[in-house]
Write a protein that binds this ligand. Structure first.
Ligand code: MLT
Length: 271
């Protein structure tokens, strides 16, 4: 995976830009970076132009101004990145969890840049008051303790089989990514998610084909809730990845990639 640095007016991006063909934008979850998409970068860059950034504040990307992080700001910064990369055709936005929350915002402000969306292990609803309060407490605590306790609490929820040899390896890498993330960005990310809009009312207005990808055993974004979201989008389908939790692209890359490939083939036939 070759990363490059791209400067936009508001952010400095570390981004993978690999391959040629119809572009796909992969957007990671919280508090991770582009490396969670490694199996998709490898596979889809053979046939597509794969754009896979670290969101500003995560990995090696950062916001240039002191602006408060919000999901809308992250979505807008991605639109600026696409301009800098001279992406001149509509692309597929594929976001996981927080990356999916950014995706709804991206659709709201930049739908003309899109020909499709893939919503992985994510939800349209915003936080309940209780969840939002929990995030605010979490933000205060990460500022004091750093990222390691968050990593320890998150890993068992992200993976369905954290004890299997295959998953132990990727989980250890994900833990490293979380531990390297700036504690202030983790706090800002939590606050940004706690303040996000409810995107549910937008779903029946999305005219694009949307693929929902759920994990059979995802405790964070249950597949039942994703099914309800999918029913609201006029042109949608849902795939449930078996033996996977929240990190479907890393846990079951072959099944995930087959689902994404089938969707890409369908949208290219219908265009
Ligand atoms: C993620 O994976 O991005 C997070 O689980 C999102 C969240 O905390 O709601």
């Amino acid at each position: 995976m070759n990363c490059k640095t791209i400067e936009t007016a508001n952010a400095s991006f570390n981004v993978v830009d690999q391959g040629e063909g119809s572009p796909i934008l992969f957007v990671h979850g919280f508090p991770l970076d582009h490396s969670m998409w490694r199996f998709q970068i490898e596979t889809f860059s053979k046939t597509n132009r794969v754009i896979c950034p670290d969101l500003p504040g995560f990995g090696k990307s950062h916001l240039k101004s002191d602006s408060e992080m919000s999901l809308e700001l992250l979505g807008n910064s991605l639109a600026e990145l696409l301009t800098e990369l001279q992406i001149n055709e509509p692309l597929v936005f594929c976001g996981l969890s927080m990356g999916g929350y950014v995706g709804w915002q991206f659709w709201k402000n930049h739908s003309r840049l899109l020909c499709g969306m893939v919503a992985c292990n994510t939800r349209a609803a915003n936080d309940t008051e209780q969840v939002a309060r929990g995030r605010q407490i979490g933000a205060e605590s990460v500022r004091k303790t750093g990222a390691a306790p968050i990593a320890d609490a998150l890993i068992p929820k992200l993976f369905y089989q954290p004890e299997s040899d295959k998953i132990k390896l990727v989980a250890a890498e994900v833990r490293q990514v979380i531990c390297k993330t700036d504690r202030e960005s983790i706090a800002s990310g939590q606050i940004a998610m706690s303040q996000r809009e409810d995107s549910t009312p937008w779903l029946d207005r999305i005219e694009l084909p949307v693929l929902f990808i759920a994990g059979q055993h995802d405790p964070i974004t249950p597949s039942s809730e994703m099914r309800e979201n999918a029913r609201l989008v006029p042109k949608s389908c849902i795939r449930e990845i078996t033996n996977a939790g929240h990190m479907t692209p890393l846990e079951q890359p072959d099944e995930f990639n087959d689902a994404l490939r089938e969707y890409l083939d369908q949208i290219s036939t219908n265009r």
